[in-house]
Design a protein around this ligand. Structure first.
Ligand SMILES: *[C@@H]1O[C@H](CO)[C@@H](O)[C@H](O)[C@H]1NC(C)=O
Ligand SMILES: *[C@@H]1O[C@H](CO)[C@@H](O)[C@H](O)[C@H]1NC(C)=O
Ligand SMILES: *[C@@H]1O[C@H](CO)[C@@H](O)[C@H](O)[C@H]1NC(C)=O
Ligand SMILES: *[C@@H]1O[C@H](CO)[C@@H](O)[C@H](O)[C@H]1NC(C)=O
Length: 434
């Protein structure tokens, strides 16, 4: 009897060993699926610590050549919601040019929900609403292209869009071909009325349909982060929403930044985490709050899609959206999503967010979420720098170098609900041989 028990125990041990080996094989196989970040060598330069890990990034899985840096442009939803028409889209394209925002990189003009009629035509095709888009989408695309801009459209991986227009589920090939025939450059693909079918089944058919058109079309997945798209959407789209819709409040913006932060290691050239479009200029936050919103979105390599009325910008809104130095952080060729690296104070309201940039530089944001002015400090050690490394510090809102040969740490007194953002350039140390 004891022998049998003994045999059982050893059989069990063998089985467990087998399971362990199988598990290890699976881990290795799974790890192989994820290709290294295209700039992994540069990212791992020893002055940058592994807080800027890109190990989960899957290079060029969609491979349509787009989104080498996060997309920039405008989308109609946050300001206009359903109140859109071809006039407002054209005037927005005009305003992108006349304000100079297009020249700074904002080149997608994206129509959100409500452009389509309530039902398909007798041939089963989508039809632009004849009251609001009487000239059709092709004419609009031609107009937008004539300005050197690109046109985006919207549909839904479900039976209906969120505003109950016809969805594209099971119509992927027809709708993609129609969009391509109109000259559309971008598709935002929403998640309403999805019939409970898992997104991994609903989003790839549109990827394949867009690809089959032969027209290069940016594919923006909007499945609200419910099924952790960072884990699978790199193979499917150029960007994927990681959260529910943003709204024009400090609470919404900060909540969304934290949720998006979780997936930083999955982003990179070709595929980006999308914490939703900008609310800058819509009136629900202060100038300082919007400055923090824009700075953090840029640092997180979020799409910079303006969500206000570009035909009617205040000077403050324009100052924020046109900050070329902050835009350059977002569009940096290294393409690594910056992240939260420390928090302290009440409810962690003193925060440091940072990420690596090309040229062995770093972007560092000191983000004050407290209700009063506080000092926030980023220690070189927390950024992966040697404490003795001398660093040049450029303030991206003051537009000037504020410190040279700074060592050990960076501190700033930051106003309530805003963030200061800096580029740190380590200076060369010359060791003279005596
Ligand atoms: C087009 O939409 C804008 C914004 O909602 C509105 O102000 C304008 O009156 C509309 N124009 C027409 C012709 O419907
Ligand atoms: C279609 O997919 C292939 C393979 O990923 C890619 O090489 C090609 O550029 C894609 N074409 C378009 C039009 O997106
Ligand atoms: C805005 O977002 C916040 C945080 O996600 C949420 O608590 C609030 O209910 C939202 N407000 C509206 C009006 O949707
Ligand atoms: C322009 O924006 C201001 C607020 O910034 C608003 O009061 C005004 O009504 C807007 N004008 C138009 C034409 O929309």
């Amino acid at each position: 009897m004891p022998d049998i028990d003994c045999n059982r125990a050893s059989a069990m041990a063998t089985l467990l060993r087998g399971i362990l080996v199988l598990y290890m094989v699976l881990v290795v196989v799974n790890a192989r699926v994820l290709a290294p970040h295209p700039f992994a060598g540069e990212v791992q330069q020893n002055f940058i610590s592994n807080v800027f890990d890109t190990s989960k990034y899957g290079i060029l899985q969609l491979q349509n050549g787009l989104a080498r840096t996060p997309q920039m442009g405008w989308n109609s939803w946050n300001f206009f919601a359903c109140n859109i028409n071809e006039t407002v889209i054209k005037e927005t394209a005009d305003a992108l040019i006349s304000t100079g925002l297009a020249a700074l990189g904002y080149d997608y003009v994206n129509i959100d929900d409500c452009w389509s009629s309530w039902s398909r035509d007798l041939k089963g095709q989508l039809v632009p609403d004849p009251n609001t888009f009487p000239s059709g989408i092709k004419a609009l695309a031609d107009y937008v292209h004539s300005k050197g801009l690109k046109l985006g459209i919207y549909s839904d991986a479900g039976a209906f869009t969120c505003q109950v227009r016809p969805g594209s589920l099971f119509h992927e090939n027809d709708d993609a071909a129609l969009f391509a025939s109109w000259g559309v450059d971008y598709l935002k693909y929403d998640n309403c009325f999805n019939l409970g079918i898992e997104p991994q089944k609903r989003y790839p058919p549109m990827r394949d349909a867009l690809n089959a058109t032969g027209r290069t079309i940016f594919y923006s997945l909007c499945e609200w982060g419910v099924d952790d798209p960072a884990l699978w959407a790199g193979k499917v789209g150029n960007s994927w929403r990681t959260t529910d819709d943003i709204n024009d409040t400090w609470a919404s913006m900060t909540t969304i930044a934290d949720l998006n932060d979780k997936w930083a290691a999955y982003a990179g050239p070709g595929g980006w985490n999308d914490p939703d479009m900008l609310e800058v200029g819509n009136g629900g936050m202060t100038y300082h709050e919007y400055r923090a919103h824009f700075s953090i979105w840029a640092l997180m390599k979020a799409p910079l899609l303006i969500g206000c009325d570009i035909r009617n910008l205040t000077a403050e809104t324009y100052e924020i959206l046109s900050n070329e130095e902050v835009i350059a952080v977002n569009q940096d060729s290294l393409g690594v999503q910056g992240r939260k690296i420390s928090e302290s104070g009440t409810n962690g309201c003193r925060q440091v967010w940072a990420g690596p940039l090309s040229g062995k530089r770093l972007v560092v944001a000191l983000w004050n979420r407290c209700s009063e002015k506080v000092t926030i400090t980023a220690a070189w050690s927390s950024l992966g720098l040697e404490s003795s490394t001398p660093v040049s510090v450029r303030d991206l809102w003051k537009h000037e170098v504020v410190m040279e040969n700074k060592v050990a740490s960076l501190s700033a007194l930051v106003e309530a609900h805003t963030c200061e953002i800096f580029i740190l350039t380590p200076q060369t140390v010359t060791h003279s041989i005596i």
